[in-house]
Design a protein around this ligand. Sequence first.
Ligand SMILES: Cc1cc2nc3c(=O)[nH]c(=O)nc-3n(C[C@H](O)[C@H](O)[C@H](O)COP(=O)(O)OP(=O)(O)OC[C@H]3O[C@@H](n4cnc5c(N)ncnc54)[C@H](O)[C@@H]3O)c2cc1C
Length: 448
Amino acid sequence: MNEMLYQDQPVVAPEVLEALAQKTDVNRLLAALSDLDADELRRMLRALDRSRAPVQPPPINSDLYEIEAELSPDEREIVLRWRSFLRAEVAPIANTYWERGEFPMQIIPKLGALVMETIGKGQTHYPRMSPLLAGMLTCEVARVDPSLCSFLGVHRRLCMTSIWLFGSQAQKDRWLPAMLRFEKIGSWVLSEPLVGSGAARGLLTTARRDGDTWVLNGQKKWSGNATFADVNCIWAKNLETGQVNGFLVERGTPGYHVEKIHDKISKRIVQNVVITLEDCRVPEANRLPGAQSFDDVARQLTNARADVAWEALGIARGAYEHALAYALQREQFGRKIAAFQVQQINLARMLGNVTAMQGMLVQLARLMERNGGQIAPEQASLAKAWCTERMRETVAIARAMLGGNGILLEHNVARLFADAESVYSYEGSFEINSLIVGKAITGYSAFV
Ligand SMILES: Cc1cc2nc3c(=O)[nH]c(=O)nc-3n(C[C@H](O)[C@H](O)[C@H](O)COP(=O)(O)OP(=O)(O)OC[C@H]3O[C@@H](n4cnc5c(N)ncnc54)[C@H](O)[C@@H]3O)c2cc1C
């Protein structure tokens, strides 16, 4: 026994003992403590110290493996430009426009200016950039607003790319410079009310040659941007050859009718439509001469699918970041919910998904770069199917982590959660992309 301790000063100050006595039976407490061995006591003291010290959480970082360092300094500069634009111009309005189901038209000229200062700089027809930068920008946009990502995807990735790949020089000169500056907007029209996944096997929309014109008939469904697009790239079955051809149909063409789809629970900012073509006549000069069959469309879709995988990554990153920010400020049982083991496991699972997706997509971008911009269908499809599945798991965890607030737009996760559903199904559903992989690795087609 240390007698000095008792003689010179009390072990515990009287006021501390008194405060303790008001809360608990001090004798019982001391008896319980005296039963603990030295290690147990040390552990308990450490835990008490930790819970008292204010925790300074580190900055939220969804790029744990420093994937952004793979970009060149100039490319990184561009990503940062887009990031600050999205934070300033898009994040503050996204929930409002999503709720209204409207597209923020005022953003279009601003996007045009941003493109011309970054990826369109020095270009006249088409933004040139490395596959890695293209993917990172898609991810960056989706992280803030997946609907804007769809708008850009349909305008550039689908419509501009079709004109760039399959258009005549006259078509390229007429549309691409204005589309690059966002003075003209494009839509891309393949899916139909009765034909979605099976588009390769037979579109019902037909194109009949009549002298110097083509007569289009049929119905299309979904095409984003089409309520206000200036040019619509419409795919139809050539009645003479039985092959799929592409046609540029301008807004206001007689026989071209557009009706907005209103009752969506996902991507509500994207203006999706049903298009009815009734003896809609377009000149031969509006047919895309470079597209001879569905194989050409499929080649374009391969790269588009890789881009949608980057979109899935962006949505997962956004959901992770919002969920972590929420967990760091929300308290239950007197503690931040971020301090609970279960929530930390959830966060680690989300970050694991994000990081694995990043790794896969960076390698896909490298493959694309190495192979002159093209990848194999199964390479794109595996990324699209797997990343959208991981995205879906990630947004579901994030939504649950916010409890009831997870279904409210104001906390941002609800919008990402809902928008993820479209991404899972479009540009080839999860099942269709998995079957493309399945066929490539077994040799058997399981489509029918
Ligand atoms: C928000 C949004 C935006 C879109 N934007 C555009 C656009 O801009 N332009 C455009 O052309 N299209 C667009 N689409 C359409 C999109 O590409 C289609 O929805 C998608 O291809 C799936 O087609 P579907 O909806 O007709 O489903 P279906 O083809 O009817 O499929 C229904 C279900 O059956 C499954 N299935 C189908 N065939 C098979 C099979 N052989 N084996 C196993 N399962 C199968 C599918 O995986 C799916 O689960 C958009 C869709 C959405 C939701």
